[in-house]
Design a protein around this ligand. Structure first.
Ligand SMILES: Cc1cc2nc3c(=O)[nH]c(=O)nc-3n(C[C@H](O)[C@H](O)[C@H](O)COP(=O)(O)OP(=O)(O)OC[C@H]3O[C@@H](n4cnc5c(N)ncnc54)[C@H](O)[C@@H]3O)c2cc1C
Length: 427
């Protein structure tokens, strides 16, 4: 492979993850000769491989870009333009055209038919090879300096030591790794400080400790921060340390920045009744008192979907014996139980060990990027894609969708650059 400074690569892509691969393949497939893809580690696409519990949730069956943008706590409506050109429909077609069929699950998530993330990795690697992308692993981009004559002088670190090379276009696809943010900053970009999004909640103290494994759906969650409230409703999983599940992850994604500002110590109000009205719960309790007066409280719940373990916990928490009869339940006890079902208050003391789909919020601000091409507005010849941008999506395939979209747009735009076409850099 020619790495001499005298022969600049038309395009160097730094970062062999989902976004970098999509960008490199798209540029090469659009006819650009000389695409070099650098990956710092020995294993490209490592996150794709571990994603979705080893199945890779490639995207989400959210077909209308106007709905799709609602799944990006950071990005949001600014992504309407990019998604209008390449969103779920185009991603599904793209993978199909490259030999990978995606299958939709009941909740809208799309996975490869094989149910193995290795199929996605193989598809991207084969597509890159077929398109003529040169992949170099174990090569990490250290610095990039703009050249007076256009293009960049790059310094790499690889197993063979430090190397230098030149390129005409530089595309940064380094994900949440600090190196990409540092290079972006050195080229004149502001960088929104990184912070975790999509995490589980640790309760301290954790009164739900004995309930690990309980799933309730729907549950209403409300984070109470000074001057701000964040609400979500949906499935919640009780874990050994606190709360997880889709509603929790959605809540923490939207509240990521506010929670960080409060040191992850906040009050959480939980509606275990999933939005049942006070009078409906009172009526359900009255029915039980009347129809099941002799039944034990622990053996009949106010509604069948209420987890038995949770119900027993709420009884114990209220100092109410589970062996007591419904007829013996005193009015203040009933009031307290309904209150606990509708509005239990817990103290969040930190983040749980791992999110289901841990992503980094923050990065290069969208305002500094032309979202039609993913080109920098600060530095000519520079492009950004994927998680390095200040975009992050909810759990469910939305993070990869942004990688496919931004990668495809950048690759196509770079290949179509007027100077490449004029200079005959196309096949
Ligand atoms: C456990 C887990 C499961 C997930 N599951 C899903 C899922 O099912 N669906 C979904 O949509 N999202 C999922 N995500 C999120 C998703 O993985 C990321 O949003 C996505 O991988 C970001 O892609 P990227 O290409 O921008 O960055 P990355 O995948 O992080 O790729 C960046 C690459 O750049 C390399 N690199 C960094 N610095 C340099 C440098 N200086 N020079 C050269 N190379 C460099 C890194 O080694 C890395 O390979 C999951 C995340 C995790 C952690």
């Amino acid at each position: 492979m020619a790495l001499a400074p005298s022969s600049p690569w038309p395009l160097v892509v730094a970062g062999g993850g989902a976004a970098g691969f999509m960008a490199a393949i798209s540029a090469a497939e659009a006819g650009l000769k000389g695409v070099l893809l650098l990956e710092a580690t020995p294993t490209p696409l490592a996150k794709v491989l571990i994603s979705g519990g080893g199945r890779c949730n490639v995207t989400h069956a959210c077909w209308d870009p106007r709905d799709l943008v609602g799944h990006y706590p950071r990005g949001g409506r600014a992504l309407l333009g990019p998604f209008s050109r390449f969103a779920t429909t185009e991603a599904v077609e793209w993978f199909k055209a490259h030999g990978l069929e995606l299958v939709q699950e009941a909740d809208g998530r799309l996975f490869p038919r094989s149910n193995r993330s290795s199929s996605v990795v193989a598809t991207l690697r084969e597509a890159a090879l077929a398109a003529g992308v040169t992949l170099r692993t174990g090569a990490s981009l250290q610095t990039a300096e703009p050249l007076e004559s256009a293009g960049f002088a790059l310094r790499l670190r690889s197993s063979e030591g430090a190397r230098a090379l030149h390129c005409r276009r530089l595309l940064l696809a380094t994900g949440g790794h600090p190196s990409g943010r540092q290079i972006a900053a050195s080229l004149g970009h502001a960088v929104v400080p990184p912070l975790p999004s999509l995490f589980t909640l640790a309760l301290k103290p954790n009164p739900l400790q004995g309930l690990a494994g309980v799933v309730m759906d729907p549950v209403g969650l409300q984070l109470e921060l000074p001057g701000e409230r964040f609400r979500q409703q949906g499935p919640v999983l009780v874990t050994h340390w606190g709360l997880s599940g889709p509603a929790t992850l959605r809540l923490t994604a939207f509240a990521a920045r506010a929670m960080k500002e409060h040191g992850y110590r906040v009050q959480l109000r939980v509606d275990w009744s999933g939005g049942r009205r006070q009078q409906d719960l009172e009526a359900a309790f009255e029915d039980l008192r009347r129809d099941h007066a002799r039944r034990q409280l622990g053996s009949s719940r106010p509604w069948p979907e209420l987890s038995r373990r949770l119900w027993l916990h709420l009884l114990a928490d209220g100092g109410i014996g589970a062996s007591g009869r419904w007829a013996e339940l005193r009015r203040p006890q009933q009031k307290a139980l309904i209150e606990a079902l509708r509005s239990s208050l817990y103290t969040v003391g930190g983040r749980g060990p791992f999110g289901e789909e841990f992503v980094t919020a923050g990065g290069v601000p969208l305002g500094e990027v032309n979202l039609a091409t993913m080109a920098s507005r600060k530095q000519s010849g520079l492009y950004f894609v994927g998680e390095l941008l200040d975009v992050d999506g909810l759990t469910g395939g939305f993070n990869f969708q942004h990688c496919w979209t931004s990668g495809w747009l950048a690759g196509r735009a770079i290949a179509a650059s007027a100077d490449f076409v004029e200079d005959g850099e196309h096949r």
